[in-house]
Design a binder for this molecule. Structure first.
Ligand code: ADP
Length: 190
């Protein structure tokens, strides 16, 4: 099985590239952001709680996102692509143990590298059409990037210590970045 963690700051292009990689390698695409937005759209109790946290650019509690992923770990096709998860070290540890229970593991973590100024301009631009309130307010965007640097980026060393961290230059055309990701995946030693 091929299990990919697609990683990077908000606005790095994870969602766009995850859709491409899921199709290319026949993987199930699991995005915790999409799953949470579905809860909000369905007006569930969880959705109401998540909405408030997400609108401030903070992280939803680990236990919630871990449970959301846990129930989706079935019918893997050729594997899974995790987009926006894990976002904290406890989430990364939980993913390892969940996959172990299924007799599999994370193959690699692909990190899309994009500078802060570019992220801010991409997110504000996306906010014009996405209808996502967390993409329109500059203070929320700033907070999301700070939360990424403080709580999420430390996961890099978690995967680096397992020899699974691959850095990908995330600036250029969508097609160019897709090619870099595809090449990196094709070169994973089996
Ligand atoms: P982006 O990567 O552009 O910030 P996402 O759709 O991945 O967009 O996430 C949107 C928001 O959803 C995050 O800012 C956070 O509040 C919440 N969220 C998504 N995934 C997680 C996660 N794994 N852990 C905690 N919160 C999450």
């Amino acid at each position: 099985m091929l299990n990919l963690v697609l990683f990077g700051p908000p606005g790095a292009g994870k969602g766009t590239q995850a859709i491409f990689l899921a199709e290319t390698f026949n993987l199930v695409h699991l995005s915790t952001g999409d799953l949470l937005r579905q809860e909000i759209a369905d007006k569930t109790e969880l959705g109401l709680m998540a909405q408030e946290i997400m609108s401030k650019g903070e992280l939803v509690p680990d236990s919630i996102v871990i449970s959301m992923i846990e129930v989706k770990l079935k019918n893997p096709n050729n594997g899974f692509i995790f987009d926006g998860f894990p976002r904290t070290t406890p989430q990364a540890q939980a993913l390892d143990s969940l996959l172990e229970k299924h007799g599999t593991k994370v193959s690699v973590m692909l990190c899309l590298e994009v500078a802060k100024e570019e992220l801010i301009s991409r997110l504000l631009n996306r906010g014009l059409s996405s209808g996502r309130s967390d993409d329109t307010d500059p203070a929320t965007i700033e907070n999301r990037i700070n939360v990424y640097n403080e709580k999420t980026a430390p996961i890099i060393s978690f995967y680096e210590s397992q020899g699974k961290y691959i850095s990908i230059h995330g600036v250029g055309t969508i097609e160019d970045i897709a090619v870099s990701l595809k090449r990196a995946i094709e070169n994973i030693p089996i």
